[in-house]
Design a protein around this ligand. Structure first.
Ligand code: B12
Length: 216
């Protein structure tokens, strides 16, 4: 299979939700030397976005969405490991606690952001999905984190990013930690409204933002 075919099939199999084949293709992509970040940005993300559109138009249903998400995750794990390898043994750029907020189980975008931050040299604690304010705050204290990064993919869970910021204020911790927010429905306007220190629209910009926040 040529490199172009591998790329095309990665896209097609996320779309059709074939877990095994997508995983095999990701392994092939690595052995053929395809850049993992390019594979994520140019093939996996466009495919899962099309899945989302089809779901929105009722051409796909929840089981299709789940199949495609699982297929994407199987490839993502392989690419993320590869990205981690490229970021070995460097001085830590700062400590980041990241998670998807309470009520929200979307993890793909948050995991890509976490992988890139860690590859760049940040010390990242990924709390996973459905994370409540106490869990965020306890980890910030425990790890002495410089940055809190919160992801939300649903308009109904976005306000919870603001809830966590309010809780940080109540506990006298707001000045100790910079807060960045993201996720498909999140905007700069929302970030300003809830008093976050920054917003980024994608994982590459999230890394730039984290570097900027550390320099402040
Ligand atoms: C995959 C998916 C799922 C999977 C998630 C699996 C998983 N393990 O993550 C499953 C099937 C579980 C799922 C469930 C649901 N989903 Co869903 N899902 C999606 C889908 C198709 C893709 C999301 C995704 O992974 N995108 C790819 C990643 C790479 O993009 P991203 O998350 O935006 O992340 C990027 C940036 O936003 C940014 N970023 C992300 N996080 C952060 C954090 C920081 C700090 C920064 C700086 C940047 C940043 O960087 C990332 C990389 O570039 C979207 C459609 C879409 N276009 O978003 C719908 C979508 C979000 N889901 C939707 C819905 C409705 C649901 C359900 C309510 C369905 C249901 N009826 O049960 C449930 C909600 C469950 C819950 N409580 O959370 C709707 C939401 C619409 C709305 N207005 O509410 C969408 C938009 C689909 C649609 N068109 O209707 N979903």
């Amino acid at each position: 299979m040529s490199i172009d075919e591998i790329k095309k099939e990665l896209y097609n199999n996320v779309l059709s939700g074939d877990f095994e084949l997508t995983k095999e293709l990701a392994e092939k992509a690595i052995s053929e030397g395809i850049d993992p970040l390019e594979a994520i940005n140019s093939y996996l993300i466009p495919a899962i976005e099309l899945v989302g559109e089809k779901f929105g138009k009722r051409e796909y249903f929840l089981p299709d969405l789940m199949r495609s998400a699982n297929a994407m995750k199987s490839a993502l794990n392989i690419f993320e490991n590869e990205i981690h390898k490229s970021g070995v043994e460097r001085k830590s750029l700062g400590k980041i606690v990241i998670g998807t907020v309470k009520g929200d189980i979307h993890e793909i975008g948050k995991s890509i952001v976490a992988a890139l931050l860690s590859a760049k040299g940040f010390d990242v604690t990924d709390l996973g999905i459905d994370v409540d304010s106490d869990a965020f705050i306890n980890n910030i204290i425990e790890k002495n984190a410089n940055i809190l990064a919160m992801s939300a993919l649903l308009p109904i869970t976005m306000p919870y990013q603001g809830v966590v910021i309010e809780e940080l204020k109540k506990r006298g911790l707001r000045e100790k930690v910079r807060v960045m927010v993201g996720g498909a429905p999140v905007t700069q306007e929302h970030a300003d409204k809830i008093g976050a220190d920054g917003y980024a629209d994608n994982a590459v910009d999230a890394v730039k933002l984290a570097e900027k926040l550390m320099a402040k």
